[in-house]
Design a binder for this molecule. Structure first.
Ligand SMILES: Cc1cc2nc3c(=O)[nH]c(=O)nc-3n(C[C@H](O)[C@H](O)[C@H](O)COP(=O)(O)OP(=O)(O)OC[C@H]3O[C@@H](n4cnc5c(N)ncnc54)[C@H](O)[C@@H]3O)c2cc1C
Length: 442
């Protein structure tokens, strides 16, 4: 039986980050079943033709070049007492320390009709290949269910390939977990104007058809009738991949494996990181959604550093995230106004709108920021940005303010830079101005 100091189950961003950070200081094996690790975030852009398919595949060298052993197999069971695991191919491996990084898988809702042809979810290399083949085969109609970032990116890709496209969500707005409605009204209009048929506030109750789907039926009784062999993709959320542990004493909550702030599970020498874990919001302290690469990677990095002797603690999810909708870039972090209201915060909202360059410059675009401020502590608890240019830096600025407990009184003193091509006039700055507006209101 082959033994390793550390075995990592999974080949996603969390696992790869650990391997890269351990830097050959431990004898590590990574076990994953698929041909390639994927750059999931880029998958919609391969469908659209912005990138060739092979650019979405990670090279195995990122694992093997740092001295880890890559085993192409599926772990079927783990014996935590004996510190062994068994794989589909019949091998047994022994470990000193085990890291579970099994990720999450897309949810296919338990409704009638999901076994019909060309009904699928969207996560794996095979999913991507299948959608690209269907599009290349002359796909005429596509219905994406779920208007979160993945659904939005996918439907735009399909629409840009001249496929008649429908986007459905039971929420009344697009990007319901990332953005408040007031920040995406224009974006929504742009989506509609691009030709995408929007069906918000509609819950899919059934798919009907013989071979392929001929009708997508909503709980409201309304439906979408399909007149070709449509592609139906559910992008309605992720659930942790933890089935192989269900008969063990590993503690698992509703959204994943329960871990400490050092990624320890309830079993000694067994750690878990990334999408397979349940973790809390750094703001509310409650279990929060957070199946994002930008959570999985820092969790992996922290664990690797600790395994090499550091004593770092994970602070929790802030969930900074962004996407691109038509020519507009949008992003949000922390609590949306909607969530702050649900959670019972006494909050105020402030906004600032400037331009991405000096407004006198010919190419300058609008940029708007919204802050959600806790009235009692005067601290930022959330924020969103929409712009004609990328927003991740601005979203991260807000996250930093939340993360380090910066108050609006401190933010108005924010020291910034300015240049005609790159910012608004020196006369003002987006986050400092939004903070000033918050002070005026309080
Ligand atoms: C289309 C798409 C777009 C996305 N865009 C973004 C984005 O823009 N920004 C962002 O932050 N996040 C994005 N995400 C989310 C991000 O990809 C995930 O949060 C991230 O991949 C989680 O990493 P992970 O390593 O925890 O899990 P995963 O990447 O899910 O990897 C899990 C690994 O474990 C393996 N595994 C599972 N079970 C077993 C087993 N029994 N034996 C062996 N191996 C096993 C899997 O095969 C896989 O290799 C996107 C996701 C998708 C699908």
């Amino acid at each position: 039986m082959k033994k390793y100091e550390i075995i990592i189950i999974g080949g996603g961003p969390a696992a790869i980050t650990i391997v890269k950070n351990l830097k050959q200081k431990k004898e590590v094996a990574v076990i994953r079943p698929e041909d390639h690790s994927m750059i999931y975030c880029a998958m919609p852009y391969a469908i659209e033709g912005v990138l060739p398919f092979n650019k979405t595949l990670k090279n195995d060298k990122i694992v093997t070049d740092v001295g880890a052993t890559l085993i192409r197999d599926l772990v079927e069971s783990v014996n935590f007492d004996k510190k062994t695991l068994k794989t589909l191919s019949g091998e047994t491996y022994q470990y000193d320390q085990l890291i579970i990084a099994t990720g999450a898988e897309p949810i296919l809702p338990p409704i009638k009709g999901t076994k019909l042809k060309q009904v699928m979810t969207f996560k794996t290399e095979d999913d991507l290949k299948k959608i690209m083949d269907i599009v290349d085969g002359g796909l005429k109609e596509a219905i994406v269910i779920g208007a979160g970032a993945i659904g939005i990116e996918l439907i735009q890709a399909l629409n840009n390939k001249n496929v008649k496209s429908y986007l459905v969500d039971m929420a009344s707005t697009i990007l319901p977990n990332m953005m408040d409605e007031d920040m995406i009204t224009d974006v929504y209009k742009e989506l509609e104007e691009s030709g995408i048929h929007m069906h918000l506030g509609e819950k899919v109750s059934k798919l009907s058809g013989n071979d392929f789907v001929s009708e997508v039926i909503f709980e409201s009784g309304k439906s979408i009738k399909c007149d070709s062999k449509p592609l139906i993709v559910f992008a309605v959320g992720m659930k942790p991949t933890v089935d192989i542990f269900k008969d063990t004493n590993l503690k698992i909550g509703r959204s994943g494996i329960i871990i400490t702030d050092k990624m320890e599970t309830n079993i000694s020498n067994v750690y878990a990181v990334g999408d397979c874990c349940e973790y809390t919001s750094a703001i509310t302290g409650e279990v929060a959604l957070g199946k994002l690469a930008t959570n999985a990677v820092p969790m992996g990095r922290l664990l690797a550093k600790n395994l090499l002797g550091d004593n770092r603690k994970y602070t929790g999810f802030y969930n900074g995230a962004a996407t691109k909708v038509m020519e507009c870039y949008v992003g949000g972090t922390g609590l949306s106004e909607k969530l702050a209201k649900i959670k019972g915060y006494d909050y105020i909202i402030s906004k600032a709108k400037f331009s991405t360059a000096f407004p006198i410059m010919p190419f300058s675009k609008d940029v708007e920021m919204k802050l959600v401020v806790d009235k009692s502590t005067r601290k930022i608890i959330g924020g969103q940005v929409t712009s004609g240019e990328p927003v991740t830096d601005k979203v991260d600025q807000i996250t930093m303010a939340i993360q380090y407990g910066i108050t609006i009184d401190q933010l108005v003193q924010f020291s910034y830079s300015s240049q005609p091509y790159q910012s608004f006039f020196p006369a003002n700055n987006l986050i400092a101005h939004a903070a000033e507006q918050a002070i005026i209101q309080i």
